[in-house]
Design a protein around this ligand. Sequence first.
Ligand code: TIU
Length: 220
Amino acid sequence: MAKIKAEPFAFPVKHDELALIVIDMQRDFAEPGGFGASLGNDVSRITRIVPDVKRLIQGFRNAGLPVIHTMECHRPDLSDLPPAKRDRGNPALRIGDEGPMGRILISGEPGTAILPELAPLKGEVVIEKPGKGAFYATDLGTVLRQRGIRQLVFAGVTTEVCVQTTMREANDRGYECLLAEEATESYFPEFKAAAIAMIRAQGAIVGWTAHVDDILESIA
Ligand code: TIU
């Protein structure tokens, strides 16, 4: 069986069951004036991983393996936005408010789009999700089942929020999950480090972590 060098031990990869899932690489999390910035975060941390996310996506495309993108966003009428989510914290702009890139985290708005460098290709699955996890209230599970996907490589933002939540959802559903370390980021470096540590603790209790180069080498 082929293996990817990973922590806490080698990831037993099955290439015909493998997909890349890129979580929420949206302008709203990476650019000034978006949701991430409205929460008081330094969004430049997110922009820095774009080259590594891009080469991971390119490697999967070159290998003919599926690339799935997610976007955290809501319907324009906010009917899928629980007040508990909208009213959380004290952001400068709340979800649905008009910002410099359009309405914050609303489907179809300019700021909600995936960064142009990482834009999905025609034919790639894009999952719009109202929660932090990509399985909640979406058809992601159906899409994966239809394609026989059982193993997921994770990239995207933020490590401890939408990436980790989705990895935990996937792990509980029986998927084997591998997080690409240089292709994920948090607004808080200590949270990224903690998320990586807790994911792979206790014998990969939630999943594995690996370097982008080692993942790319295995699918080249
Ligand atoms: N705030 C934060 O760290 N993340 C989110 O709100 N969403 C995602 O992680 N995509």
